[in-house]
Ligand binder design. Sequence first.
Ligand SMILES: [Zn+2]
Length: 426
Amino acid sequence: MKKLLSLNLDNLQEKQLQGLQWSVKHAYNGSETYRNKLDELNLKPDVVQSMDDLKRLPFTSPKDLTDGYPFPLLSVPIENVSRIHTSSGTTGKRKVLCYTKKDIQDWVQFFTRCFEFAGLNAEDRVQIAVGYGPWTAGISFQTACEAFGAMAIPAGPGDSETQTEFLIDFQSTVLCCTASMGLLMSEEVQRKGIRDQINLKKIIYGSERSSDLMRARIKSNLGITEMYDITGMTELYGPGTGIECSYNNGIHYWSDYYLLEIIDPETLEVLAPGETGEMVVTTLKKEAVPLIRYRTHDRSALIAEPCPCGNLFPRHERLQGRTDDMFIFRGVNIYPSQIDTLLGNVSDIGSEYQVLLNKIDGKDNFTLKIERDQYKDSSIDPNITVFIRSLIKNKIFVTPDVEVVEYGSLPRSVRKTKRVTDLREP
Ligand SMILES: [Zn+2]
């Protein structure tokens, strides 16, 4: 298996500049939407002379992708498109993304790095428990796994009965899934008492925010030590655009394929490393649908320090939810990731929680339901309730009603777990 991980930094900046220059010209010449955006700002397709010129370029938004349905921002003749994918369309109209043959080759190429970062080899058996269909997940895990040279087991996100059967019968060493499904599977393995019949070593998980507590729970249920958070969104190829290394201290991302900026979503100013804001991506090689400063609405921060693993690919923080996840309670802006972080330091609770916002007697009410630890009984509930109420009051400045419930009683999902239910009138 050839080593893919080395990144030649001498050439990188030069290549990034060339890639950016090419992308802007290509988008301008190929797509009316991009042409109009640049023309409106009186920018010529050769506007990029140095990397500093990136911030002069107009933003692209998810709306640009839905407005152009079915083939938005297409920048090559349609006969050059060799595959399309759609987003799962959780909010509003689905987005359709086109890929040329080279786009797909590029995607497979950088996705194989993810398997290398996670320390896989040809002997690994990779149970791919993500969605197959029009989405980007199944097919990209599959093709990259095959190109990498490990064994692909295309399980799909099906029922846990089939998943555990595969884990036992095929002795899968790696499970690829959402964090929610990882939790579900780990509980299933524990419930069935089949831990010593399986051979699972690693989980590669992604597509949603996960808390430290949730990961710790999955690891201890399965008796594994390695979990790797993989990133990717349909607009930017799909899964595989970055992954954690074994230090689990941030996502290494492929800066030879795309640029990442973090902006303040209100002022649109570019933020410094360490400051949390909205991720904005610009592709350097994408042919069919290049992205110029695409606003992802995902929240993260760049990490300036080099990673102790020694790899030179830059890092960003784990995704901290979406800018549109935020809810406002009595004038306070709250992100579910803040609650994750606080609960991560509380003992005797499970990883799952739900926020319920409603009106009681005309007043806004915030209920936080939390699962008690699997091995504790309800005698600890009053203490947990008091502790969490004051913790949240001191750190987030709102006071929720805390309700402690049985372990396993909150909803589990094989996809993304919905944490916040808002029943207040708009
Ligand atoms: Zn690293």
